[in-house]
Design a protein around this ligand. Structure first.
Ligand code: PLP
Length: 447
């Protein structure tokens, strides 16, 4: 009777393969099958799989300090990792609060924004504004922030009220796609939303500097975040940059927002920070916020048992050392440019490719049934899911995005976000596999 797994899987429509080994960009299952992990396992594995030096160092370190509760103690690895992160962060940043995952980082950011205004004597400022086609996490707070229709619907009765504004999605922009370019009206929507909500009630605006899994690769106009910053400053609203996916080297910069030369008030990090070697994420906090807490000797009324766990910070430090030693905070810029140019060549031959966008190794490819009208494939056909499945049959892993157009009803895209160590030959292999797979899936598509 009990020959089934004891694990409550995420998706009961299939039994996931058992991975027994990972090395570089490859994962190997218990039948010996090898997959090229061009998704970096949800964008986590920046430095690649199977770095034994981390496990070896961790084994030694585990003996010296096993666990420290963050409310009572600190420890050298947390201190050193915080210094390392701050050393690369925008100049206004001055403190790092470690947590275990990206949802925790964003949830902490909203709560910190709230308490910041309470401490300043503005307790009526608590609301958050975010964007559609965005993702900030799965907890009720962060799902409320997320503009991912397909994941929100089932939990809608439980979600907190958050105003969502139009994202900088130029390919399907209702404002400017017919006007020959971006007018920044989507940024100005933030001002409208703040005014409608009442500026004295709004605490924070959340945005992924480069779009993640809900609309991979959305890269706003060069002036977009400057405009966002101005609007936030005008109404005393904090700007939270969610860099859980796009940060820590993925776009070819330590912090993706650096490409816009804008200083956010809080930055959420995750994924590549621990690189898969530990559950590690962080909230990087600006001096403006830190000063309100530090000068008043205040306590942030928030805390997670595993905040700043020694083994996680230790792994994070090793990941940082490897990334620095091997130039991995910047490598995605060059290798990403190669991937982008190969994909653009592919687009010349595949009419189903509507848009290719992104930065570094965070690239989204959107598919359309008709390139001229930009009409998506019918939702029932499940283009992106089929493509991801067919790629997997060719032993290449990419991620299928969620429906992103027509109010979350249809619209297909995939995310290609390999580890930062991917070689040129491996990039070519991914694109060749996509070439064949696209031909196969387009043939099956309804005409
Ligand atoms: C931009 C962004 N924010 C937040 C999260 C949530 O992070 P986690 O799944 O570690 O809680 C993710 C995860 O994919 C993400 O891509």
């Amino acid at each position: 009777m009990r020959n089934r797994s004891a694990v409550f899987y995420r998706d009961f429509s299939q039994v996931p393969p058992t991975i027994v080994r990972g090395q570089g960009v490859y994962l190997e299952d218990d039948t010996g099958r090898r997959y090229l992990d061009a998704s970096a396992s949800a964008g986590v594995v920046g430095i690649g799989h199977g770095r034994t030096e981390i496990a070896q160092a961790l084994a030694e370190a585990g003996v010296t300090v096993t666990f420290v509760y963050a409310a009572t103690f600190t420890h050298p690895w947390q201190e050193r990792l915080a210094q390392a992160v701050l050393g690369m962060a925008p100049a206004n940043m001055s403190g790092v609060y470690f947590v275990s995952g990206g949802s925790e980082a964003n949830e902490s950011a909203w709560k910190l924004a709230r308490q910041y205004f309470v401490e300043r004597g503005l307790p009526q400022k608590y609301k958050a504004i975010a964007r559609w086609q965005s993702y900030h996490g799965v907890t009720l707070g962060t799902l409320s922030l997320s503009g991912r229709t397909s994941w929100r619907q089932i939990y809608a009765p439980l979600l907190l009220p958050v105003t969502h504004i139009t994202p900088p999605y130029e390919y399907r922009c209702a404002y400017c796609s017919k006007q020959g370019g971006c007018t920044l009206q989507c940024a100005d929507d933030l001002e409208k939303a703040i005014l409608l909500e009442g500026p004295d009630t709004v605490a924070a605006f959340f945005a992924e500097p480069v779009g993640g899994t809900t609309a991979t690769g959305l890269t706003p106009h060069p002036d977009y975040y400057r405009r966002v910053r101005e609007i936030c400053d005008r109404y005393d609203v904090l700007f939270v940059a969610d860099e859980v996916l796009c940060g820590y080297g993925r776009t070819g910069l330590p912090f993706a927002i650096g490409a816009w030369s804008v200083e956010p008030d809080i930055i959420a990090l995750g994924k590549a920070l621990g690189g898969g070697y530990a559950p590690l994420a962080a909230m990087v906090v600006s001096e403006k916020i830190r000063a309100v807490f530090a000068d008043g000797g205040r306590r942030f009324v928030h805390g997670l048992t595993y905040s700043g766990t020694p083994s996680s910070c230790f792994a994070g430090l090793k990941v940082f050392e490897i990334m620095t030693r091997e130039g991995l905070f910047h490598r995605p810029a060059d290798i990403g440019a190669l991937l982008m140019s190969k994909l653009k060549h592919l687009a010349a031959r595949h009419e189903a490719i509507g848009e290719i966008r992104g930065r570094g190794l965070l690239i989204g490819v959107e598919f359309v049934a008709d390139r001229r009208t930009r009409e998506p494939f019918p939702a029932e056909f499940g283009f992106a899911a089929r493509l991801a499945k067919a790629m997997r049959e060719r032993n290449v892993l990419i991620a299928a995005g969620v429906p992103l157009s027509n109010f979350g009803k249809n619209g297909d895209h995939i995310q290609i976000s390999p580890p930062f160590v991917i070689s040129e030959a491996e990039v070519a292999h991914v694109v060749d596999a996509l070439d064949d797979t696209l031909t196969e899936v387009v043939k099956q598509a309804p005409s």
